[in-house]
Every structure is written in structure tokens, then in C-alpha cells.
Design a protein around this ligand. Structure first.
Ligand SMILES: Nc1ncnc2c1ncn2[C@@H]1O[C@H](COP(=O)(O)OP(=O)(O)O)[C@@H](O)[C@H]1O
Ligand SMILES: [Mg+2]
Length: 247
């Protein structure tokens, strides 16, 4: 399997505190990986480190994207290489309409038919003239955010809890649009999920759990999720032993 993202021995500090510790992670081309983990385990930090956002200081390790070490590159350079991120809490920007922003973001490979079809599946037509995220509901922000990342046609999508604060109807809209886009363009994705609702739409065999800044317990998503639902993250702590993390 060809690897698109290869992380080795990654330690990341935030405000002088190590949050990710000697983390290893691989994502293959055309693979969708679901990442579970309790609050505060470092999931968003991982996304911040992959994108190179300030505040996330890499103190050791490597992050390779398509065989190229990206540590040291700015977030926009990483985005241009093909990493797209859907923010958990995107900013509101007055004076920029969604449709204007989409024109700036769109990859040349997207034709207008493709964009129109996303507008339709994500039910966004009435939001195109509105200012970016200003006075939008939680579900509207997430749908708009998903549209923005998909039109960039990234090779690797990073989605930080796409279901958080979204009702079931909107999760269904997003899940269906996302699943068909990932399949159609054979993209890779790292999808952080807290509620597991997205699993209904993203059909993948791959999931893992983050605990205390390390990835452990690679397994089938539905299996991991049903164990988390019944015993919390206790069972994952056993996996943590297996992956060599001290209790
Ligand atoms: N800017 C920051 N300043 C201080 N601590 C931070 C900052 N960002 C994250 N952290 C800490 O890093 C840890 C992991 O956070 P995060 O990656 O957001 O976890 P998750 O996304 O898994 O809930 C938490 O203990 C959090 O308080
Ligand atoms: Mg988070």
C-alpha cells in the first residue's frame, strides 16, 4: 500500500507541555482512518501539527506527506501540497461571501458541475451570498466548511469532529456528500469522531484510538466504537499496554 502520510516518533509541545509523545501513524493512499479518543488526548493537536499551525511545536520526529518531510513548511505550503483541513471552530469573516471564497479556494480540477452538485447535496444554495460563517447555525457552518475543504480537492483530508454540534439531519447530508466525494476522487482522510455518528456514512475498515498523546488500538471502527460505548476507553488502555506505553 502506498503511504500518503507517514508520521514517526512525533513529539509536539503546546505552551511548553508535551501533548503528543513519540507518536507513529500511517495513512495509505485512498484510505479513510477514523480517530477516536477521549477529550484532551491530543487529537486536535495532531491536526494542528500536521497542518503546521503556530502553537504546535514539533520537538522531535518526522511528518512525511507523499514522501516529503513537511516539517518547517508553512500551513499554506502544506495546503498547496494537498492537505485540507476542516476546522472544528472556523472563524467568521465579514465582507467575504461564501461564493467568493469558494472561487478563491477551488482547485482547477473542479468543474462548475462538480461544485453545483456539492451545493445541492450539502443544501448550500441559500448560503452562497452570505458572509462566511456570520450568523450561521452550527449545521450550516459545518456544511459550508465541508464544501470549502472539498473544493480544494486535497489529497488528504483532515476533519476534526465534523459531527460536533450538528443535528442528525445535517450529519446525514454531510456524511453522504463526504463519502461519495472521497470514493469518487480516491482521497485519503483522517476523521476525528467523538460521537461515532459519521460511521454510518463513511464505510471504512480502519480506526484507531488516541490516548495521552499516542495512537494505539488499531482495529475495525464499529468494533472499537461499540467497545467505547460499553466500557468507555478502559479497553483501549489494555491496547496501550500492548503498544508499549507505561500505565
Ligand atoms: N493553546 C493551548 N495551550 C495550552 N494547552 C493546550 C492548548 N491547546 C491544547 N492544549 C492542551 O493539550 C491537550 C490536548 O488538547 P487537544 O489536542 O485539543 O485534545 P482533543 O482534541 O483530543 O480533545 C489538552 O490537555 C489541552 O488542554
Ligand atoms: Mg479536539
Amino acid at each position: 500500500m502506498e503511504t500518503i502520510l507517514k508520521i514517526r516518533n512525533l513529539t509536539v509541545e503546546v505552551e511548553g507541555k508535551a501533548i503528543l509523545r513519540n507518536l507513529d501513524l500511517d495513512i495509505a493512499k485512498n484510505q479513510n482512518l477514523i480517530l477516536f479518543g477521549p477529550n484532551g488526548s491530543g487529537k486536535s493537536t495532531l491536526i494542528g501539527a500536521i497542518m503546521g499551525f503556530e502553537n504546535y511545536k514539533v520537538t522531535s520526529g518526522t511528518i512525511e506527506f507523499s514522501g516529503k518531510n513537511i516539517i518547517g513548511l508553512t500551513p499554506d505550503q502544506r495546503a498547496r501540497l494537498g492537505i485540507g483541513v476542516m476546522f472544528q471552530h472556523p472563524p467568521k469573516i465579514r465582507g467575504i461571501q461564501l461564493k467568493q471564497f469558494i472561487e478563491l479556494l477551488s482547485d482547477k480540477s473542479n468543474n462548475s458541475k462538480e461544485k453545483d452538485s456539492l451545493v445541492e447535496t450539502l443544501n448550500l444554495s441559500y448560503l452562497l451570498d452570505r458572509d462566511l460563517n456570520v450568523d450561521l447555525s452550527g449545521g450550516e457552518i459545518k456544511r459550508s466548511e465541508l464544501f470549502q475543504v472539498l473544493v480544494q480537492r486535497p489529497k488528504l483530508l483532515l476533519l476534526d469532529e465534523p459531527e460536533s454540534g450538528v443535528d442528525l439531519e445535517n450529519i446525514a447530508l454531510m456524511g453522504k456528500a463526504l463519502n461519495s466525494y472521497l470514493k469518487r476522487h480516491k482521497l485519503s482522510a483522517l476523521i476525528i469522531s467523538h460521537t461515532g455518528y459519521i460511521l454510518e456514512y463513511i464505510k471504512t475498515k480502519y480506526a484507531c484510538v488516541m490516548l495521552e498523546g499516542k495512537v494505539c488500538c488499531h482495529d475495525n471502527p464499529t468494533k472499537i466504537f461499540s467497545e467505547i460505548k460499553s466500557v468507555g476507553y478502559e479497553r483501549c488502555k489494555d491496547c496501550r499496554c500492548r503498544s508499549g506505553i507505561k500505565k
